[in-house]
Design a protein around this ligand. Structure first.
Ligand code: HEC
Length: 119
C-alpha cells in the first residue's frame, strides 16, 4: 500500500496506466498521430492526398472515441482494419467520402508507425 502510494506520488502510476492502455490499443487524443512529417510522407507514398488524410484525422478524432476509447491505427493489421473500418464508419454515421478519408488516415498513420519501428 505504502509502496503503491509512493509510486503514484512520483508520477509512475499514471504513466504506467497509459503504457498499459496504449498496449491494449486504448488511447487518449494525445496518442493519435498528427498529420505531420512521417504520416504525411506515408500518405504521399500510398498516393493519398494530404487533404484527405487531414480530414480523416479530424473525423477520427471526433468520432472514434464516442463508443469506446480510441483504437490506435497501429493497434491493428491492415487486413484487420479492412474488416473493421467499414463497420465502424457506418456506426459513426459517416458518408462514403468521409469513410474513405478515415481509411486514408488510419493507413497512413499505421504505415508511419511501422516505419518508425523498423528504423
Ligand atoms: C456508435 C458506436 C461506435 C462508433 C462511433 C465507433 N465504434 Fe468502434 N466499436 C463499436 C462497438 C460496439 C465495438 C465492439 C463490437 C464490434 O467489434 O463490432 C467496436 C469495436 C471497434 C474495434 C475493435 C474491433 C475488433 O474486431 O478488433 C475497433 C478497432 C474500432 N471499433 C474502431 C473504431 C473506429 C476507428 C471508429 C471511428 C471511425 C469507431 N470504432 C467508431 C462501436 C462504435
Amino acid at each position: 500500500m505504502a509502496r503503491h502510494g509512493s509510486l503514484v506520488r512520483r508520477g509512475l502510476g499514471p504513466g504506467l496506466l497509459v503504457v498499459i492502455l496504449t498496449a491494449l490499443g486504448c488511447a487518449s487524443v494525445k496518442d493519435i498521430p498528427a498529420v505531420d512529417g512521417p504520416v504525411a510522407a506515408a500518405a504521399e507514398s500510398s498516393g493519398a492526398s494530404i487533404a484527405s488524410v487531414s480530414h480523416g484525422h479530424d473525423l477520427y478524432v471526433h468520432n472514434c472515441n464516442r463508443c469506446h476509447p480510441y483504437k490506435l491505427p497501429a493497434s491493428r493489421s491492415k487486413e484487420e482494419w479492412e474488416g473493421i473500418l467499414p463497420r465502424m464508419t457506418k456506426r459513426a454515421g459517416l458518408n462514403e467520402v468521409e469513410a474513405a478519408d478515415v481509411r486514408a488516415f488510419v493507413f497512413a498513420a499505421r504505415d508511419a508507425s511501422e516505419r518508425e519501428q523498423t528504423k
